[in-house]
Design a protein around this ligand. Structure first.
Ligand SMILES: Nc1nc2c(ncn2[C@@H]2O[C@H](COP(=O)(O)OP(=O)(O)O)[C@@H](O)[C@H]2O)c(=O)[nH]1
Ligand SMILES: [Mg+2]
Length: 325
């Protein structure tokens, strides 16, 4: 049996070292992950995936820690993936997250992993989904996926969760800011954290107005839930709300919703590998540099690249026996 298969088997047998190795492979885009994934994929799909996003400092890590604590009290095992946008070099926030979550790290029912954001388009979401799949197959009941809501890449990451909590807090950033940033669009819940601080009521009111305006036509209207993660207030109630969302999904379109996310994942994988193939493996960059040096316009250079790629794709279609349209 190959080493790859052994690691998949170890994962399914509950070996945390195998899980950690797999997540590293996912993070690095290591091709060994793919063979692995094929082996454990039949066991993927049992975990509940909860995405937690919001501006830096909103209290996401504190909340994740609290959610994990309550879920453990309820007898559930928890996998935590904290995706951080800081570069691996600066790394400070990663350490911060680890320390903040320290209360959970000695518990065998909890697995915590940080993952640095990658600058590649689509690579981050792909890596995060892969890591969640590994934790899912390992057998965690709930997966908490924390990401800073700063841009499309991060929205893509939480978009892969079943339920998305957008965490905001009074003061810095404010609700209006979040709406501009498109954070509201990904929300299944709006969590007003730090409700122990002044301004929380106002934020709640602003949000409920915004929700009223924007979400009238949706099947699920994001509830606004006030919590105070650092004082353990409202966490049980928040989880009850999340449960309602899952019931809502299960009664309507959970299978479809998850399949749609899988389609998105395949798209991410294809995009990432195409990008690498074009710009790294096949030396198109050198070609582009040469063309530009000959004073050919960027659009003409791009058209040339695209023409050659389309010819290659057309060949591939023929090989698959798909009629040309
Ligand atoms: N007053 C108050 N402070 C909080 C609360 N939750 C988190 N904090 C503090 O907010 C800061 C940022 O928290 P953190 O969890 O790191 O935020 P993240 O960047 O969103 O992950 C920390 O100093 C926390 O102690 C809360 O409910 N109330
Ligand atoms: Mg954090």
């Amino acid at each position: 049996m190959s080493e790859v298969a052994r690691i998949a088997d170890r994962l399914l047998a509950g070996d945390r070292t195998a899980l950690a190795r797999l997540i590293s492979w996912a993070e690095n885009g290591d091709p060994r992950f793919r063979a692995e994934h094929a082996v454990f994929y039949p066991r993927v799909g049992r975990a509940r995936r909860i995405g937690i996003t919001g501006p830096p400092g909103a209290g996401k890590s504190t909340l994740v820690n609290e959610l994990a604590r309550v879920l453990r009290e309820q007898g559930k095992t928890v996998g935590i993936l904290a995706v951080d946008p800081t570069s691996p070099i600066s790394g400070g926030a990663l350490l911060g997250d680890r320390i903040r979550m320290e209360g959970r790290t000695l518990d065998p029912g909890v697995f915590i992993r940080s993952m640095a954001s990658r600058d590649s388009h689509g690579g981050l979401a792909r890596a995060a989904v892969d890591a969640c799949d590994a934790m899912d197959a390992f057998g965690f009941d709930v997966i908490l996926l924390e990401t800073v809501g700063v841009g499309q890449a991060e929205y893509d990451v939480v978009g892969a969760a079943d339920s998305v909590l957008v965490v905001l807090c009074p003061g810095a950033g404010d609700g209006i800011q979040a709406m501009k940033a498109g954070l509201l669009e990904v929300a299944d819940f709006l969590v007003v954290n730090k409700c122990d601080l002044p301004g929380a009521d106002r934020l709640q009111n602003d949000l409920s107005e915004a929700v009223h305006v924007r979400f009238t036509k949706r099947a699920w209207t994001p509830p606004i839930v006030a919590v105070s993660a650092s004082t353990e207030f409202g966490i049980v109630e928040l989880l009850q709300e999340v449960e309602k969302h899952f019931t809502h999904l299960a009664s309507s379109n959970l299978v479809d919703a998850r399949r749609e996310k899988r389609v998105q994942h395949v798209e991410n994988v294809v995009n990432e590998r195409l990008r690498i193939a074009i710009w790294r493996d096949h030396g198109w960059r050198a070609h582009v540099e040469r063309e530009l040096a000959r004073s050919i316009s960027p659009y003409e250079v791009a058209a040339g690249v695209l023409a050659e790629l389309s010819a290659g794709l057309a060949d591939a279609r023929t090989e698959r026996g798909v009629a040309k349209s």
